[in-house]
Ligand binder design. Structure first.
Ligand code: ATP
Length: 514
């Protein structure tokens, strides 16, 4: 199965099993907007709890916030979003399709890296044991040629982005002979800038309506509340403010399912530090955030850091954590050192002093900020792509199983009476009544046990518990484990601690801190 086929299957699976539906589907959907179904919302809530607890519970000096989506329009002037929150666009005149010029070039660069990898693989096969990768990379004329061309384009690209040189971006596309994937031609328009913010009107026109924006990031709600939280919480530097909330961007090229949406959710933490210490904190947060991802056990090789070619107008250091999606390594999270840009600009635009009095240093200053910013939806896609597995069983049957970490699984336990009689459903209900105060528990009495297992596998339920006639005699049940399919006999009273051990975030947090 190719990665593309796998991704298509994953999207179909998300719909079939109530994880994700296209928005307003009965009206044929709305571009790049999605709804989360009965299982999706549970997984999403669990992702948010994992993040929230790792920030607010694990750190004494991080507190939460829930700011409104609408903000004073001046906020977005101060933040630079009105002037500079743009994507460079290019259209293919034949297919009439629109692309982000930067993404076309990034994809071309990634292709060159793939070409080099292929050369290495070929040589590895040819030279077998005697193959020395380092030496090959340093001497193969073919590799050197590809790399030289790639590096030259890369530096032109970085410079064009930093200078906002749209003509040069187009020239790179032409020079690299990048074609439109639909029409296959190189008939490109000029590159233009496009602002990504959605706007609407607040108040009636007669009152003199104001243009307000749907926030394109949650961070600004934190910045404008910096003093409120610092003063009322008596917070001392360094400290952080964490927030989860919706953000909106009028993405031009919405692709790859929930990877790039027009309405999405962010989990952002702004960490305020003494000026001069920001690089140290930036490095620490990079490690902490990587550990958070890796604790989920999807394989360390599936993550990497990617430093930005173009630093945003506010940043002095920025990196992304990328995950190996079925469509390649792509950004899931950004870790940015935002300097004193945001607080400084709000101070300037609002005319209010936004400073911290440092008692130890005996002076006031505008703190520096290190931000960690992750999309809930991209995290969701990361989990689904890593978890979706098709397996051939020993008896020749196939099963689709979502190997979602138990801590994040939408349903933790499914309770199944073996038959619908002899008092077994009643016992099953009693077990549910006990567990439901703490966990999401499902009840299923339809079809054969095998079919019921498949249904739970497909939504990632880690435990299936079968109540049978023996339960009536000795108070034990059969627990069947999702990943190994192993079964064991367990006392009903032991269920709670078994489930708790598997689904509590405790073990993830311990791994993170190890
Ligand atoms: P990209 O380069 O992919 O457009 P970005 O660098 O603009 O992303 P940030 O502004 O750093 O993204 O936003 C932080 C995080 O928010 C991203 O790492 C991503 O997880 C999430 N995010 C951003 N835009 C979207 C979107 N359109 N749909 C879903 N998630 C998004």
């Amino acid at each position: 199965m190719t990665q593309e086929e796998l991704f298509k299957k994953l999207i179909a699976h998300c719909k079939e099993y109530g994880f994700i539906f296209p928005s307003s589907e009965i009206y044929d959907g709305l571009g790049a907007v999605y709804d989360y179904g009965q299982n999706g919302v549970e997984l999403k809530n669990n992702i948010k709890s994992y993040w929230w607890d790792s920030m607010v519970k694990l750190h004494e000096n991080i507190v939460g916030l829930d700011a409104a989506i609408f903000m004073h329009p001046r906020v977005w002037e101060a933040s630079g979003h009105v002037g500079a929150f743009n994507d460079p666009l290019i259209d293919n005149k034949d297919s009439k399709k629109r692309y982000r010029a930067d993404v076309l070039i990034e994809d071309w660069l990634a292709k060159q890296d793939e070409k080099i990898e292929k050369e290495v693989e070929k040589a590895r096969k040819r030279f077998k044991e005697s193959f020395n990768e380092e030496q090959y990379l340093a001497t193969s004329p073919r590799v050197l040629e590809i790399r030289e061309k790639r590096d030259a384009v890369h530096s032109r690209f970085a410079e064009a982005l930093n200078n906002n040189d749209l003509v040069e971006l187009r020239q790179i596309i032409l020079d690299c002979e990048i074609v439109c994937p639909i029409s296959g031609t190189r008939n490109w328009t000029d590159v233009r800038q496009f602002n990504l913010m959605f706007s609407t009107q607040m108040g009636s026109t007669a009152d003199g309506a104001n243009t307000v924006y749907l926030r394109p990031e949650t961070a600004q709600g934190i910045f404008v509340n910096f003093l409120n939280v610092q003063k009322t919480g008596r917070m001392k530097l360094p400290f952080g403010i964490a927030q989860i909330g919706k953000a909106f961007r009028n993405e031009i090229v919405a692709r790859q399912f929930i990877f790039r949406m027009r309405e999405f959710e962010q989990m952002e933490m702004q960490f305020f530090v003494q000026p001069g210490t920001e690089m140290e904190w930036w490095k620490r947060w990079k490690e902490t955030r990587m550990a958070w991802h890796r604790a989920l056990g999807f394989g360390d090789d599936n993550y990497r850091f990617h430093d930005h070619d173009k630093l945003a107008h506010y940043a002095n250091a920025a990196t992304d954590i990328e995950f190996n999606f079925p469509f390649g390594f792509k950004e899931v999270e950004g870790i940015h050192s935002r300097t004193d840009f945001d607080l400084g600009r709000h101070q300037e635009f609002s005319g209010k002093k936004i400073q911290y009095f440092d008692a130890e240093r005996g002076e006031s200053y505008v703190p520096y900020v290190v931000e960690t910013s992750i999309g809930v939806d991209r995290m969701f896609l990361q989990i689904m792509s890593a978890a979706y597995t098709e397996e051939k069983l020993e008896n020749g049957e196939e099963r689709v199983v979502l190997r979602i970490p138990a801590q994040l699984a939408p349903t933790k336990v499914a309770i199944m009476p073996l038959v619908k009689k002899d008092g077994l459903p009643e016992v099953a209900r009693q077990i549910i009544d006990d567990l439901k105060f703490d966990y999401n528990v499902a009840y299923d009495e339809k079809d054969s046990i095998g079919k019921r297992y498949r249904r739970q596998d497909a939504v990632g339920t880690p435990f299936c518990v079968t109540v049978d006639h023996q339960t009536l005699e000795d108070g034990t049940v059969t627990v069947r484990h999702r990943d190994s399919m192993q079964q064991e006999r367990v006392k009903v009273e032991a269920l709670r601690s078994m489930v708790d051990e598997a689904v509590s975030f405790r073990n993830l947090f311990k791994k993170m801190q190890a």
